[in-house]
Design a protein around this ligand. Structure first.
Ligand code: KG4
Ligand code: ZN
Length: 337
């Protein structure tokens, strides 16, 4: 069999990305970020769709050129089918369908959350099956039990905000710009994580909740600002470290529980929040304590990217799982039930 060339497109939120994968190896992964949202303190769906529309042709072109693959060459076109912002998904799916139709090659629809997990297989070292993946991003927080590349089960997820939202909303309350997650991480580095105590929600099972934390932070800041207007400024590092510490302990305590319930000791983290230095350090620390082995994809493959879509598509290609040309993207689509 000649080398299988897959062109993949990711456009579920505010990153337009295209990647080329040849026989399981990523040859290019181009990502265009959309800075237009910063001034609004969050992603504006309509602006995201328009930016995807502008970015998609140059991004796909750059991905093909970098990989040295001709426009006519791909054997399949993959796209993020769900979940995401519907207008954003439509841009990627329409583009992918047009190319598949024009080149008369198969189309592969990919679930974005499955792809975050399979980002673990882009480079070595790779986990073996089964393993648990804590997928933490701006839109999702899940613990996924991965039995094989195409057999995954979501065993825990957030009931309200995602971990990334918990970071971003806390940052907003403090007065930091969007997206605040990386800034909390930065300030937390010099702070005392045990200085301020925020509550840990008592949610049964393996599910998460972050909305109570947000409310607790709101009241905490209101109270202290009333007493001392420069409270946040004077204690920024300790506040960030304490918030980060609570978000991380909420995540890690559930991962411990998931490991105990499933007996699985191979762990992975994926999604944008896995860039958090405190979470990475916690995973290393808990792994040493509980005898786990752990895996974290390279940063470029942790945040939204098309390489992970291409990797997932490669498994689907081998399994003959193709999408019809009338496949509809969906803002919410569950996987791993
Ligand atoms: O996976 P991702 O790039 O996009 C989504 O699918 O949402 O994740 C973005 C999220 C944002 O909430 C951002 O604040 C958070 O990841 N994030 C971080 C860090 N880097 C990105 N949160 C905490 N610490 C970081 N270093
Ligand atoms: Zn994502």
């Amino acid at each position: 069999m000649t080398a299988v060339k897959i062109l993949a497109i990711e456009s579920s939120c505010d990153e337009t990305s295209a990647a080329v994968l040849v026989d399981g190896k990523v040859l290019s992964n181009i990502i265009a970020n959309q800075s237009v949202h910063e001034q609004y303190g969050g992603v504006v769906p309509e602006l995201a769709s328009r930016a995807h529309q502008e970015n998609i042709v140059p991004v796909v072109d750059a991905a093909l050129k970098k990989a040295g693959v001709d426009m006519q060459d791909p054997d399949a076109i993959a796209f993020t089918q769900s979940p995401g912002l519907i207008g954003s998904l439509l841009v990627g799916s329409c583009f992918a369908k047009s190319m598949a139709l024009g080149l008369n090659i198969p189309l592969i629809g990919v679930h974005h959350m499955q792809a975050h997990v399979l980002a673990n297989f882009i480079e070595d070292p790779q986990p073996s099956f089964p393993f648990l993946c804590l997928t933490v991003s701006g839109g999702h927080t899940q613990i996924v039990q991965c039995n094989s590349p195409l057999d995954m089960k979501v065993i825990g997820e957030t009931m309200d905000d995602a971990a990334g939202e918990a970071f971003d909303k806390s940052a907003k309350l403090i007065g930091l710009p969007y997206p605040g997650g990386p800034l909390i991480d930065k300030h937390a580095k010099t702070g005392n994580p045990l200085r301020f105590k925020f509550p840990e929600p008592q949610i049964p099972g393996l599910n998460f909740s972050f909305s109570g934390l947000k409310t607790a932070i709101l009241y905490f800041l209101q109270e202290n600002r009333a007493k001392d207007p420069s409270f946040v400024e004077d204690n920024l590092a300790d506040i960030c470290a304490s918030i980060q510490h609570r978000i991380i302990t909420i995540l890690m305590n559930k991962l411990v529980k998931a490991s105990q319930e499933t007996g699985i000791k191979q762990m992975s983290i994926a999604g944008g929040v896995s860039a958090n230095s405190g979470l990475r350090a916690a995973l290393a620390e808990y792994s040493a304590k509980y005898g786990w082995s752990y895996y974290i994809p390279k940063f470029e493959y942790c945040t939204d990217n098309a390489a992970m879509i291409a990797m997932t598509a490669y498994y689907k290609y081998q399994a003959g799982e193709f999408a019809a040309l009338d496949a509809v993207p969906s803002a919410r689509a569950i996987f791993g039930e």
